[in-house]
Ligand binder design. Structure first.
Ligand SMILES: [Zn+2]
Length: 90
């Protein structure tokens, strides 16, 4: 899902999906010391392999290979995402 998508524009299905996913991801991150990605054996030597997109601007998306982008848009914090997996409007 595009990270800057407005909550008011989410469908009921998208809201329900978020309600299911957010607790799972938070719990997984807590159990894995802040990491949410399970590292495949071939990537164990890569320094940033435990992060999906955070602080990976310009690096390849683990899922599709597109370059991760980042932007400080709404807050002082930087948001990172894959423009192919999380395109505008989805
Ligand atoms: Zn991607």
């Amino acid at each position: 899902m595009y990270p800057f998508k407005k909550v008011i524009s989410l469908s009921e299905c998208e809201l329900n999906e978020l309600l299911l996913c957010i607790p799972k991801i938070l719990s997984q991150g807590y159990k894995n010391k802040g990491r949410t990605r399970t590292i495949p054996e071939k990537e164990k030597t890569l320094r940033d392999a435990t992060l999906w997109v955070f602080r990976r601007s310009g690096k390849q998306c683990w899922t599709c290979g597109a370059k991760i982008v980042s932007e400080k848009k709404l807050t002082s914090r930087t948001t990172f995402w894959c423009p192919n997996c999380q395109p505008i409007g989805i």
